[in-house]
Design a binder for this molecule. Structure first.
Ligand SMILES: NC(=O)c1ccc[n+]([C@@H]2O[C@H](COP(=O)([O-])OP(=O)(O)OC[C@H]3O[C@@H](n4cnc5c(N)ncnc54)[C@H](O)[C@@H]3O)[C@@H](O)[C@H]2O)c1
Length: 457
């Protein structure tokens, strides 16, 4: 089915639902609450179908069912062919990182309205293909910030007490009690590079342990507690006993810490990287550790990481892997910074709420491939209102055409925004009859920029 016929199918089925009974539903709801936002009914009355894969949390499944959605829940991922065969009847899909949503899958999904990635990344989805089919993609980029910050706290102490070496020795039968080179973290200086979601949480935790906190960021940020922003990375490196990295992977952050920056760090200091593998020049780090300039390091992320549990972490993957593994007082972990039960639960909550908000209110706040648009909720006391969610091509003249169609009515509120080739308009209009809705549908369908239009009531 073409994109255009998808629009027709969606809007016709919606209009079929706009019975007098439904349009007056708010009158009955008024006695329940005068101010509760009304959950609007999306396409195909009561027939919204969700495909949930990869064992996404049961709480999310219950929440969708409580909203009246039909949910098919699978514990495993699906291949592209399986998806192409199955996805045609679904309005929403929830995946983690193993399911690939390719252009071919999107083309086989005439009813698909929204994609939820119940994880941090969205590389597994063809984002431009989804956007050009009018499908926003949501993820949960910051649900695991606290988990990463807590891991860094553990690493600070483990490094400064040489915990992993002592524990490893005793496992091999060697008793080696010593205090030389072992320190409390109290009174030491922690330098945080990147004071975003993780860096700022860590700042609060570290101060409560008695650390002095400095941070460096490319933007000016209000420090939390007694933390202090420094003007240059060099200042931070020169003053810190521990340096921890919390920047995104960008061209400017690739090898942010290399030979020169390692030299600028204090002798006997420690480096922690839970950000992204390419932020540290690892051969240069190996040299700084082997020479004794650094006292230790904790590394959770690597330029190349194995694709599955059990796969080797060896020199074939990263040419320096065995040299790094052989160094004492280096903690190596398999990208587990954000891997906790709490983070998984928060990801489930956040993404399922984003899907429900889009299906029920049209809100695209937090979408990764789409203009972010929201409108104040329609409440019970506001009488019958129709919400129009109009995804269209970002080209001149669209708003004139749409506003001409809306001009006979009272437009209560309206907002639109664009991102690249895609634009999205939301509008609430008052006192529409069913005949009006039919007419509006015809007029909006006839605009050449129309990609996908939903009417919610
Ligand atoms: N190890 C894990 O499992 C794990 C889990 C979650 C996040 N992460 C990674 O942690 C990193 C930080 O995540 P976040 O959620 O705090 O990100 P964020 O976007 O909230 O914060 C990043 C901060 O870095 C700053 N920044 C950007 N470029 C910089 C530069 N060149 N120098 C200094 N500061 C710079 C930004 O201004 C921002 O304040 C990301 O790379 C993310 O991918 C890793």
């Amino acid at each position: 089915m073409s994109t255009n016929s998808k629009v027709v199918a969606a809007t016709s089925s919606t209009i079929a639902r706009l019975s007098v009974q439904e349009l007056s539903l708010d009158v009955r709801r008024r006695s329940l609450s005068e101010i509760t936002p009304r959950f609007l009914q999306p396409v195909e009355n009561g027939g919204v179908r969700l495909l949930i894969l990869e064992n996404i949390s049961q709480e999310a499944v219950f929440a969708f069912r409580a909203l009246g959605f039909h949910v098919d829940h699978y514990t495993t991922a699906m291949t592209e062919d399986e998806l192409v065969e199955k996805i045609g009847s679904y309005h929403a899909i929830g995946i983690r990182s193993k399911t690939k949503i390719t252009r071919r899958v999107i083309e086989a999904a005439p009813k698909l309205l929204v994609i939820g990635c119940f994880c941090i990344g969205t590389n597994q989805v063809d984002l431009p293909a989804a956007a050009s089919a009018g499908i926003p993609v949501f993820n949960s980029p910051f649900s695991n910030s606290r988990s990463v910050a807590e891991l860094v706290m553990a690493e600070l102490i483990a490094l400064s007490r040489q915990l992993f070496e002592r524990a490893y020795e005793l496992r091999t039968g060697i008793w080696n009690k010593q205090s030389k080179g072992c320190w409390e973290v109290r009174g030491k200086t922690l330098g945080i590079v990147g004071y975003g979601h993780i860096g700022s949480q860590l700042s609060v935790l570290a101060e409560s342990f008695g650390l002095r906190v400095l941070f460096y960021d490319v933007i000016n940020i209000m420090p939390l507690g007694s933390a202090r922003q420094v003007a240059t990375l060099t200042t931070l490196l020169a003053e810190s006993d521990f340096v921890t990295l919390h920047v995104p992977e960008l061209a400017e952050t690739t090898n942010l810490i290399s030979t020169q920056q390692l030299k600028e760090m204090k002798k006997g200091s420690y480096l922690i990287n839970n950000a992204r593998g390419r932020v540290v020049d690892i051969p240069a780090l190996i040299h700084a550790l082997a020479s004794g300039h650094l006292a230790g390091a904790a590394i959770d992320v690597f330029p190349s990481e194995p694709g599955a549990n059990g796969a080797p972490f060896d020199d074939q993957l990263n040419s320096w892997a065995s040299a790094l593994r052989d160094l004492p007082n280096v903690i190596l972990t398999p990208h587990i910074g954000g891997s906790t039960e709490e983070a998984q639960r928060m990801i489930g909550d956040e993404v399922s709420q984003a899907l429900a908000r889009y299906l029920g209110y049209g809100t695209t706040l937090g979408a990764v491939n789409f203009p972010e648009v929201d409108l104040r909720a329609i409440t019970a006391e506001q009488g019958t209102q129709l919400r129009i969610c109009h995804v269209h091509k970002n080209q001149p003249g669209v708003l004139r055409q749409v506003n001409e169609a809306l001009s006979p009515y009272n437009v209560e509120k309206q907002y639109s925004d664009s991102k690249g080739d895609i634009a999205y308009l939301m509008a609430d209009i008052a006192d529409v009859s069913r005949a009006d809705v039919n007419k509006l549908q015809e007029l909006i369908d006839a605009t050449d920029a129309n990609i996908l239009t939903r009417f919610l009531v």
